[in-house]
Design a protein around this ligand. Structure first.
Ligand code: TYM
Length: 336
């Protein structure tokens, strides 16, 4: 059986970008394919600790899985939910991959460049994090890895490491499909990158300080409306999808398409020829507010016990699969 795999770090509240770029597409894919494919959804808690931890990591780990359920994930025996740090094979394979990855390729990762910003005080985990991500994927022979556009470079790195390993040591790892095929599998025309509301040149990120730049999943729906109303647009006075010249307007059109589950092309056509940015903002704000209030209502009914029961089953499965693959890699290297 083929495997779809994804993870979201549990650092703090998630943004609308995480929701629309990763969580919702994963839930839709999982519900569509889980009769015939393994669906692995894990919390990369070891990835979480590359950033400052605010003392709520345990709570956030549990809440991350609640988010998937609140977004509509249906559980069946092919859906496996686990925590990365409860499957030690991830760290062990990461070390093996460290020894075939090069400093050059790890240094070229955009996220490392952005997060380290030339600082010597940057932790080594930030540098190594894409290689741990490769281990997360390769241990389960996952071909499909639904993620937002900012993570595509890491999929290419994973592919390169898998092919390099296979060339040197024999066919051990399944190479995930190319990012273009990932996008096709996700059923979207392009990678999703939800932009910062105030500075739409950048992606919406939980680590941006300005509150109005991002919508958090626990935002009061009325507050979310206000944030959309204050989003940066442009002075061109026409509602057109043009990420280059009108990133703010294009971002709002993208958000509305995803929130209402409407093809982007249909949303673009609906607004073609319109000029009133305020009307667009009102519509997007209302749709986001409806989505948030439905999501938050479902979230509050999910109990911690349900999540622990899922972890128990999922971690048993994950350790079996991951240990078997790790053993193959160790043997190939001559470690066993
Ligand atoms: P993380 O936790 O930073 O982000 C989780 C997911 O959210 C997507 N995302 C966005 N998508 C669209 N627009 C945005 N503004 C936006 N912001 C975030 C990300 O692309 C991602 O899909 N390294 C990963 C976690 C990870 C992982 C893995 C994922 C670890 N191992 C193995 C898949 C497979 C990360 O830090 O994502």
């Amino acid at each position: 059986m083929k495997t779809i795999l994804t993870g979201i770090r549990a650092n703090s509240e998630l943004t609308l970008g995480n929701y629309l770029g990763a969580l919702l597409p994963m839930v839709r894919l999982a519900n569509k394919h889980s009769e015939k494919m393994n669906v692995n959804i894990f919390v990369p808690d070891l990835h979480s600790i590359i950033a400052d931890i605010d003392g709520n990591l345990q709570k956030n780990i549990i809440r991350t899985i609640k988010y998937y359920l609140a977004a509509g994930l249906k559980i069946n025996p092919n859906v496996h939910i686990y925590r990365q740090s409860y499957v030690p094979a991830h760290s062990e394979l990461c070390w093996i991959l460290n020894c075939i990855a090069t400093m050059g390729e790890a240094s070229r990762m955009t996220q490392y460049k952005e997060k380290s910003d030339g600082r010597d005080s940057c932790n080594v985990g930030i540098f190594d994090y894409p290689i741990l991500m490769a281990a997360d994927i390769l241990l389960y022979s996952a071909e499909y890895v639904p993620i937002g556009e900012d993570q595509f470079q890491h999929i290419e790195l994973t592919r390169n490491l898998a092919m390099r390993f296979n060339n040197r040591f024999g066919e051990i790892f399944t190479v995930p499909v190319k990012t273009a095929e990932q996008v096709e599998f996700m059923g979207i025309s392009d990678g999703v990158r939800i932009r910062d509301l105030l500075n739409p040149e950048k992606k919406m990120s939980k680590s941006t300080a300005a509150e109005n730049s991002k919508i958090m999943l626990d935002d009061d729906p009325e507050l979310a409306k206000k944030k959309i109303m204050s989003a940066t647009t442009d002075s061109l006075g026409k509602i057109k999808y043009d990420m280059f010249n009108q990133p703010g307007i294009s971002n709002l059109l993208t958000i509305d398409a995803l929130v209402t589950d409407t093809p982007l092309q249909d949303v673009i056509s609906t607004w073609a020829g319109e000029t009133k940015y305020g009307d667009l903002k009102k519509k997007v704000g209302a749709d986001v507010a409806t989505m948030l209030s439905e999501f938050q209502n479902r979230l509050k009914d999910i109990q911690d016990d349900e999540i622990f029961a899922l972890f128990d089953l999922g971690e048993k499965y994950a350790n079996e699969v991951a240990n078997a693959k790790l053993r193959e890699a160790q043997k190939a290297f001559g470690l066993r």
